[in-house]
Write a protein that binds this ligand. Structure first.
Ligand SMILES: *Cc1c(COP(=O)(O)O)cnc(C)c1O
Length: 431
């Protein structure tokens, strides 16, 4: 997390001290680095530019940032300005993309449970593609498109039955998962889709899981996708894009994820060789849906130590952030690094569990960390940019944290802290 580093013993986001930010905006506080966002997106965009092979008037690749990983308008707007497309999973996310200045014509819509209203909304904004996950969804989309007097562009999400070798909760490409259509059924689904009058078949997609450290499962999925594209072409169902999904992992602890540029280099090389061999070199657009690898290490959660509890078995640092702010540890036993905002300290180091105020034993953020702490100290929960704020809840009537983006020495408050009164403003008592 090179944009979060110590200067004069104080952890900074770019050029701004986290302790100054905590003083101004209070804690818990999400802090993002704009430069980190730009660099992480550029790793994809540059590799697409270097490796993609287009043709006259043909864009060889599109990166569709996965909105659910971090959907703050300022994050979306920053990425839109870099030319990003967006992968959404709800109508609400589409409205966010539009509010943030994103181009709906670069939006793809994933998810197993799209509602009629969401389909209507997406059609009215002429989104690039629906990533359809089942036959009943295909029929519903055909019907909704007919009522709207439109044709819906679709890609089928195929489940390549590849083991992503990641946490079971974030593995999505195996037969037992709820996502996509089974590989064996894909041809039939495409035949059905091709015969529907208000459906236009344009692509194929998959997404096998998240936090993948190795690209081998992704390249294995690509082989299966290629095979399907060829079989479809033999039946005159010609696809214009293939979308390999997201899923590249980041460093939370001591992981060694594949570099985005290396993965894309290998992937494009295989795609080009295949197109030369089987399709007279005709290009196919390649799409990606990265989330975590763009925002994960672009954000931290700053929290203040409220109390230190020294017990016989364990020491607890009770902080003001909790599982409602960052659910990943409670949900997946996920590891997040914890750094002291003020590096130098007189007090002796001890082993702590860092826990929140929520009334659940699962409410912990980190376990067994060696820290030298005093009440009132600030901690940064690292790598919290992805699936942090977007998964936050109001459990225990806790207002969600504020969010700021640092850009060099400038700070932008991009989401105000919620108020407790706001949390029950939609409720009423029985008259
Ligand atoms: C969540 C999701 C992604 C993003 O995954 P990351 O691991 O964050 O890159 C991409 N595509 C789909 C369909 C998703 O559900």
């Amino acid at each position: 997390m090179s944009h979060f580093s110590y200067r004069n013993g104080v952890l900074h986001a770019e050029q701004v001290s986290l302790s100054a930010l905590a003083g101004q905006y209070a804690t818990p506080l999400y802090v993002y680095s704009k430069q980190a966002l730009i660099e992480n997106f550029s790793a994809y965009a540059d590799a697409c530019r270097e490796n993609g092979r287009g043709a006259e008037g043909f864009d060889p690749a599109l990166v569709c940032y996965s909105v659910k990983s971090n959907s703050n308008l300022a994050v979306l707007n920053t990425l839109a300005a870099l030319g990003s497309g967006f992968d959404i999973v709800s109508g609400g996310e589409l409205l966010r993309v539009i509010a943030a200045g994103g181009d709906p014509r670069k939006v793809i819509f994933s998810g197993v449970g799209k509602g009629r209203d969401e389909m209507r909304l997406a059609l009215s904004h002429d989104i690039l593609c629906f990533n359809v996950e089942s036959i009943p969804e295909l029929h519903r989309l055909n019907q909704v498109a007919a009522e709207a007097g439109r044709r819906a562009r679709v890609s089928l999400r195929v489940n390549p039955n590849v083991d992503a070798k990641t946490h079971p909760y974030i593995s999505t490409g195996l037969k037992e998962n709820k996502f996509g259509v089974a590989y064996e059924d894909a041809l039939d689904c495409y035949r059905t889709a091709a015969a529907l009058p208000n459906i236009e078949v344009v692509g194929i997609d998959c997404h096998i899981g998240s936090q993948l450290l190795d690209d081998a499962p992704l390249l294995e999925a690509l082989e299966k996708i290629i095979e399907l594209v060829d079989r479809l072409a033999a039946e005159n169902i010609v696809l214009h894009h293939l979308d390999i999904g997201g899923g590249i992992g980041i460093i939370y602890d001591d992981e060694m994820p594949v570099a985005v540029g290396d993965y894309l280099g290998r992937l494009f090389a295989r795609v080009h060789a295949w197109r030369e061999e089987k399709h007279q070199g005709r290009p196919i657009k390649v799409m990606f849906e990265p989330g975590r690898s763009i925002v994960g290490n672009a954000g931290v959660l700053v929290t203040e130590v409220q109390y230190l509890k020294h017990g016989a078995e364990k020491n607890f640092a009770v902080v003001d952030a909790a599982m409602n702010d960052l659910m990943r540890p409670a949900l997946y036993e996920a590891y997040h690094g914890v750094q002291q905002v003020q590096q130098q300290h007189g007090s002796a180091a001890k082993t702590y569990d860092v826990v929140g105020p929520v009334c659940e034993s699962g409410d912990w953020l980190a376990r067994g960390r060696t820290l030298a702490l005093e009440q009132g100290d600030l901690l940064a929960i690292m790598s919290a940019g992805a699936y942090g704020m977007t998964m936050a809840s109001n459990y225990n009537t806790r207002p969600r944290a504020a969010e700021v983006i640092v850009d060099g020495d400038k700070v932008h408050l991009v989401r105000e802290r919620e108020s407790a009164a706001g949390l029950f403003a939609l409720e009423s008592i029985i008259p």
